[in-house]
Design a protein around this ligand. Structure first.
Ligand code: NAD
Length: 468
């Protein structure tokens, strides 16, 4: 059995051999990754069900299709992303060839969480392969069925020389992180991100951090309240609220809240029946520890549970729960909820809602439900977040054409589609110079003079391009 450092050393020497560079190699690996997902759909769905009781419908959409769509997009486009990007020059460099070359970073580490255990390892992997890197994948120990399935399937389909899966919990990950990687792509909690940054600082390794936070859902002005309730319930309780982009809390006026509550009740009953515990379409909480954390939050809140609240420890079940009269300093507002509990806070004006959002850390996603475009635009203008979606939740992250990532405490860097390729590429600035225009070049050589300086300034200014 290889040690971590042997795995990393082996991948590094393979990377240095240049095997991952040709377009055909990358295309073949991406195509095999597609086959891996297609040919093993059933076992993947079973593993996800074992880990989280994830409904097949949710797993097909949010674990399989999101990856295969990104794969299709990458396979169809990465050869154009690989091409050198020629850039403008000035008079002093007019005869030179100047371009940006996308080069692979080397051996990269991708660390995944448990909530979408397949998607959040394979989506970054698509970009890492397309960009020509060797990759170590580290699945979460809290989704062991999916983690060990990936450890079995990846070497069967992808080049074992270039890609490896290393399983383990915090201690193994810390040991793995002692090795030098050329990039670390981490998805998970803000707390662990601090350890990742510390480990990365030892080797000055660049990182992408895909973190979480509290995503607000601001309902304001005129709005189709029944449709808003259905979209809110779907995006909140999908994966039992264990989504980094799930609406974390609702902000709305008291009258909107009063109109919203019966619609939320109706939508919950329509989606998950009167007895959600028996409904196969509702996911479970990942572990007893996470279940206890959520139950503790419900015990601590000073808000009033108006929908749900039931739970069952053995089944790791918590009913879709709505809490009202929640204050800004309530326990439910201290940390990311990451479970099926939806607090509603009341604010009486657009500005009051915007101020509340801006007092908190910058969220990964921000949602505004309103029929009034001026309200949507004002919130968009006056707030900051990783992503933004009006009149729905989660959906913005399904497009490979939009970057996905956080800002501030919700993360740094982004991926999906071309953005993944860019994340795992170095943009190398290249200038291929000839021997011409030596008299012009001589302007920079000593002995210096005022005359030479003013000519040189002119030949290197952007204005000098326009006369050529
Ligand atoms: P986590 O940070 O506990 O674990 C993520 C990974 O880090 C796992 O592979 C785990 O083994 C490893 N790990 C745990 N402790 C470690 C340590 N001390 N040192 C090194 N590695 C360690 O996160 P989680 O609980 O799996 O995921 C939940 C969090 O992830 C939430 O905050 C959620 O918002 C966030 N998240 C973000 C995104 C995103 O795309 N931005 C997606 C999903 C989840």
């Amino acid at each position: 059995m290889e040690t971590h450092s042997q795995v990393v050393d082996r991948l590094r020497s393979v990377f240095c051999s240049g095997i991952t560079i040709p377009e055909e190699f990358r295309r073949a690996q991406l195509t095999k990754l597609m086959s891996m997902i297609k040919e093993n759909e059933e076992v993947i769905l079973n593993a996800l069900h074992k880990d989280l009781s994830k409904p097949k419908f949710e797993a097909a959409l949010a674990e399989l299709d999101i990856v295969t769509n990104d794969l299709h997009y990458a396979i169809n486009n990465f050869s154009s992303w690989m091409k050198p990007e020629y850039v403008g020059t000035n008079l002093a460099t007019k005869l030179d060839t100047c371009f940006v070359r996308r080069e692979p970073l080397g051996v990269v580490l991708i660390i995944g969480p448990w909530n979408y255990p397949l998607q959040l390892l394979l989506l970054p992997l698509v970009g890492a392969i397309a960009a020509g890197n060797c990759v170590v994948l580290k699945p979460s120990e809290l989704s062991p069925a999916t983690g060990s399935l990936l450890a079995e399937l990846v070497p069967k389909y992808l080049s074992q020389d270039c890609y490896a899966v290393v399983c383990g919990a915090a201690e193994e990950t810390k040991a793995l992180l002692q090795n030098r990687f050329d990039h670390i792509f981490y998805t998970g909690s803000q707390t662990v991100a601090r350890s990742i940054l510390q480990a990365a600082s030892v080797h000055l390794t660049p990182v992408t951090l895909e973190l979480g936070g509290k995503c607000p859902c601001f309902i304001q002005g005129r709005v189709d309240i029944a449709a808003a309730a259905r979209r809110l319930v779907w995006s909140k309780f999908f994966n039992a609220g264990q989504s980094c982009v799930a609406p974390d809390y609702v902000l709305c006026s008291q009258s909107t809240r009063d109109a919203l509550l019966p619609e939320l009740r109706q939508a919950l009953e329509d989606f998950y029946t009167k007895d959600p515990q028996k409904c196969p379409d509702l996911c479970r909480i990942v572990s007893p520890r996470h279940w206890t954390r959520l139950i503790e939050l419900l015990k601590k809140t000073r808000g009033k549970v108006v929908i749900g609240g039931e739970s069952n420890e053995e089944d790791k079940y918590i009913a879709p729960t709505v809490v009202v009269d929640v204050a800004e300093d309530d326990a439910l507002m201290e940390e990311e909820i990451f479970g099926p509990i939806l607090p509603i806070l009341t604010v009486e004006s657009l500005q009051e809602g915007i101020d509340l959002i801006n007092r908190k850390e910058r969220p990964l996603a921000l949602y505004v439900f309103s029929d009034e475009s001026s309200i949507v635009n004002t919130v968009l203008e006056k707030t900051k977040s990783g992503g933004f979606c009006s009149n729905d939740g989660i959906v913005h992250m399904t497009l490979p054409t939009l970057p996905f990532g956080g800002i501030g405490a919700s993360g740094c860097g982004s991926y999906h589609g071309r953005y993944s390729f860019e994340t795992f590429s170095h943009r190398r600035a290249c200038m291929l110079r000839g021997w011409g225009l030596e008299r012009l070049n001589a302007l920079r050589y000593p002995p210096y003079s005022e005359d030479k300086l003013s000519w040189l300034r002119w030949t290197t200014s952007p204005k000098s391009c326009s006369i050529m």
